[in-house]
Design a protein around this ligand. Sequence first.
Ligand SMILES: CC(C)(COP(=O)(O)OP(=O)(O)OC[C@H]1O[C@@H](n2cnc3c(N)ncnc32)[C@H](O)[C@@H]1OP(=O)(O)O)[C@@H](O)C(=O)NCCC(=O)NCCS
Length: 305
Amino acid sequence: MFKVICPDASGEMDKYYRFRWEVLNKPLQLPLGSERDAYDDHSIHRMIRDRQGEPLAVGRLFLSDNKEALIRHVAVCPEQRKLGLGTLLMMALEEAAHDEGVERIVVNARGDAQAFFSSCGFEPAGNPTFDKVKIKVQQMVKELSPEHRFVRQPKLCTQLQQMFNQQIPLSEKMGVRLHQYTGNELTTKLPIAGNGNPHSTMFAGSIYSQAVLSGWGMIWLMLEEHGFAGDIVLAKGEIKHRKAIDQDALAKVKKSQMKGSLLPLIEGKKCKMTVTVQVCHNKEVAAEFKGFYVILPKLQAELDS
Ligand SMILES: CC(C)(COP(=O)(O)OP(=O)(O)OC[C@H]1O[C@@H](n2cnc3c(N)ncnc32)[C@H](O)[C@@H]1OP(=O)(O)O)[C@@H](O)C(=O)NCCC(=O)NCCS
């Protein structure tokens, strides 16, 4: 299992730069030190490590203005290529770009890398040029639509976010955002800003609301995916708080942890679903919510109107 990290400790950064030099600069006979530039200190870096903590892939995101970012120095160790590590790294850099409100990412692709960036959704922009070591580079661009971040059902996810904002105005005030939907797991994000209590940790009421919305949202996505129509109502909710949260919270709902069936809706009957939501912080479960939802069939007349 590979892990993407934000290398920030000094030892990690040394390994990061050394790896960048070995993969990208050394083959071009460029000296150690040539791998760094003035933008590094003001950039976002990501690294994938092996079990021993050694780098397998690195990459950098630089915000050139508040709408555009440049991804550079992407490198995967030669022995581990074509295994998806490059894609995993790009996803992490794009996620960071999205979190910064970036709308457009630019890369300068050398040779073979053009096919790799195309597979990540980038498109050529303009004619190729030559860089300072006379290698042909093609500028490529990816527009980050608000939908782009969702691996599965991007349209439904955008619709769900709009429903949260419009139909439950409190959710917009709290800043609950759909973070990711993989088909098996839905994640929502709640910012600490605006949801704090006098102890500078997350207000328990906000955590509860995020959990309720996450469970509700997952059932809504399942209904839509199966073409079912129903009104989702929370009948009972229980929450256990294990740890205080002092940063943004991620709530996760896994389909594998849901109990109940939507099939009675086909016969116009109500159905019940039990949903477990884990609210996490620093990769640890800080609260666990169990929601008992009832899904009421929508009458044909309502659907037609
Ligand atoms: C380019 C690079 C980052 C790709 O990393 P990777 O881990 O091999 O990429 P992935 O496994 O995620 O590949 C995803 C897709 O990209 C494409 N791709 C990757 N490398 C490719 C290559 N050399 N030629 C053609 N297509 C390639 C393929 O479509 C691949 O899909 P597939 O697995 O179905 O064939 C890696 O080859 C590398 O470090 N190259 C040297 C440095 C470099 O060129 N960096 C880019 C900066 S300009």
